[in-house]
Write a protein that binds this ligand. Structure first.
Ligand code: DX5
Ligand code: ZN
Length: 215
């Protein structure tokens, strides 16, 4: 199982050390949650923090989750700052095809995300262009929320659709994923587990990564 620790729950006073710790424990990605205060009612961090992390940890896979109104405008600065994959929302205000084209042209992998209220079927027209699909299992905006199990049905549908159409996107789930909820996500087809508070809120974050990775 691939693990993408959400650094939204890290200690920002020691962000580089926290990232190094989870990577050394076997995390394949770093999940970087960008919030603009418009698309979601919260503000997190942006381009300069990613740039610093990428300079300090250039080998890491930066799984950038853009919870912003205008991913088309910000794809380039995040790509230049070191994003490996740019993940944006189907519910965004920008044109989906133009944003996917821009992300590809910038040399990044593509990801599309759906909120809990959006059906998985709405992703259907885009699936053949995606490296990753992210199913949100909480309303985006905050870490530490309770897992919403309707995400499992979406993961199952997306896994079946991938099989039926011979596609190879990764399936990622984000929100409320911990040792209690992760096994059902794995069973439903998730390839990548995002976890914030379950990792950085644990007494031993490295052990938390290893436990999730072993599922
Ligand atoms: C929520 C973010 C998540 C969040 C997950 O808007 O997209 O990545 O950090 O946090 P936990 O794992 O604590 O639910
Ligand atoms: Zn996220």
């Amino acid at each position: 199982m691939k693990i993408s620790p959400s650094i939204l729950s890290a200690d920002f006073c020691r962000l580089g050390a926290d990232c190094r710790l989870v990577l050394d424990a076997g995390a394949q990605m770093l999940h970087y949650d960008v919030m603009d205060g418009h698309f979601v009612p919260n503000i997190s961090f942006g381009v300069p923090v990613l740039k610093s992390l990428h300079q300090g940890l250039p080998e890491a896979f930066y799984d950038v989750h853009l919870m912003i109104d205008h991913p088309l405008d910000y794809a380039e600065p995040f790509a230049k700052a070191g994003a490996t994959l740019l993940n944006f929302h189907l519910e965004t205000k920008d044109d989906i095809q133009a944003t996917l084209d821009k992300i590809r042209a910038l040399g990044c992998k593509t990801g599309l995300t759906i909120k809990p209220g959006t059906p998985a079927e709405a992703l259907s027209p885009w699936l053949d262009q995606l490296d990753l699909v992210l199913v949100m299992s909480v309303e985006p905006g905050f870490g530490g929320q309770k897992f919403q199990p309707q995400a499992l049905e979406k993961l199952r549908w997306l896994r079946a659709e991938r099989e039926k159409r011979g596609l190879d996107f990764m399936l990622e789930v984000d929100g409320g994923v911990d040792s209690a909820t992760a096994p059902a996500c794995v069973e439903a087809g998730a390839d990548v587990l995002v976890a914030g508070s379950a990792i950085f809120g644990a007494a031993d974050p490295a052990a938390a990564v290893r436990a999730l990775a072993a599922l």
